[in-house]
Design a protein around this ligand. Structure first.
Ligand SMILES: Nc1nc2c(c(=O)[nH]1)N[C@H]1C(S)=C(S)[C@@H](COP(=O)(O)O)O[C@H]1N2
Ligand SMILES: [Mo]
Length: 381
């Protein structure tokens, strides 16, 4: 009995390794891409959003630096790494100022992790604000330990070099305009997570300017917005930080029922949520294959629903990093005509990626954290 289970596991492992290879190869090795019929024509991307690569052309587990999306809410600072300094200040016994050389001399660590913008809302036009890279840098916790956080501190704030104008109290007697730096904060416990790093290399090369050169924060498992780029200052404080990207923007507004009464609840965008998406359909020698990705938690399974048929288990690639997306594939024998393809991820504790009409998604009034099941449309000739 036990042996049979072992054998079964062995076979499963073989299938999942295969599916990773199959995913990578299906775009390249003589396969014909069947285009989605719901793909809108490419629109000139908003200037804040760069390099949204259509998922049909996704052909590797690691996203090459040149095809990695980028989001810049303010200007794109061009930083001379010789002039760059990182300050660790505020409620610390030993404030630190680091040069780029100093930072690179600290112990190196790396992680392969997937970054998704929480605005990646799953509409055919905004599916690919996501990428997976190997990030290299040094431990944030290590640096905070050497700065010695003092008693009474509650938060760590991360400031980027980029700035823009903000306005508060638009309609009250006195509006206030000011110049603000991009900034996000985390509690001290969150900041001390050993996975977090001050990162200076992406896939073995210096960070591209759009992705935070020379140094950015990498917070594996959190939505993109937590990964502060062009990092220049880390400040430990005894009050909660409420900058635009904590308290006004990147806030999810959802209608919830409290004792039968509807109220709007506003919450901060933080950890990535469980999600998957069908990436493409390819055909080779008359055989069809659906490829996709799953991310946002420890994935146990991915299921695919074609038209009104039952959910079917996809072949899931092995997990190569706790924080990276997982490719999946499914063989398909379609009849000619129009079809829909949906996917859902299931995590190791049994949570299922919610359907679009699940109240958790349907009652959400903002488009952040849109991890509902994605349905794509396709026509088979
Ligand atoms: N300094 C700074 N960091 C930032 C941003 C920004 O505008 N300024 N955008 C954030 C958002 S919203 C996302 S989704 C990620 C995107 O990372 P990428 O541009 O490397 O893909 O960067 C985050 N870090
Ligand atoms: Mo984002």
């Amino acid at each position: 009995m036990q042996r049979r289970d072992l054998l079964k596991t062995g076979t499963l492992a073989a299938i999942s390794t295969l599916s990773e290879r199959a995913f990578a190869q299906s775009a390249t090795k003589g396969a014909k891409l069947i285009p989605w019929s719901d793909q809108p024509p490419p629109v000139p991307a908003a200037s804040a959003i760069k390099a949204l690569v259509p998922w049909e052309s996704l052909d590797s587990w690691i996203t090459p630096n040149g095809s990695f999306f980028s989001i810049a809410h303010y200007d794109l600072p061009i930083i001379d790494e010789r002039a760059w300094r990182l300050e660790v200040a505020g409620m610390v016994a030993k404030p630190i100022t680091l040069t780029f050389e100093h930072l690179k001399a600290l112990p190196r660590q790396d992680v392969i992790s997937t970054i998704e913008c929480s605005g990646n809302n799953g509409s055919p036009a905004l599916i690919s604000a996501i990428g997976n890279a190997q990030w290299t840098g040094t431990s944030l916790a290590g640096l905070l330990r050497s700065a010695e956080i003092t008693r009474g501190a509650v938060e760590v704030v991360f400031y980027g070099a980029d700035q823009g104008e903000e306005v508060v109290r638009k309609s009250t007697p006195r509006e206030f305009k000011y110049i603000s730096n991009f900034a996000r904060s985390m509690s001290i416990a969150e900041a001390m997570n050993p996975a977090n790093m001050l990162c200076y290399e992406m896939n073995g090369s210096p960070l591209p300017p759009a992705n935070g050169f020379p140094v950015r924060l990498i917070v594996p498992g959190w939505y993109g917005v937590a990964n502060v780029k062009w990092l220049t200052r880390i400040e430990v404080r005894d009050t909660r930080f409420e900058g635009r990207f904590m308290g006004r923007d990147y806030v999810t507004i959802r209608e919830e029922k409290h004792d039968g009464k509807a109220i709007m609840v506003e919450t901060l965008v933080g950890h990535m949520l469980l999600k998957s998406a069908p990436a493409r359909v390819v055909a080779r020698d008359g055989r069809y294959q659906i490829d996709g990705m799953a991310w946002g938690g420890p994935i146990a399974a991915v299921e695919v629903k074609i038209d009104d048929n039952a959910w079917t288990k996809a072949n899931l690639a092995d997990s190569k990093s706790e924080f990276a997306w997982r490719p999946w594939t499914l063989d398909w024998s379609p009849t000619p005509g129009d079809h829909t393809i949906s996917s859902r991820a299931i995590d190791t504790t049994g949570n299922v990626q919610p359907a679009m009409d699940d109240p958790v998604i349907a009652n959400k009034k903002t488009y952040w954290e849109s991890n509902g099941q994605i349905t794509r449309h396709i026509h088979i000739a």
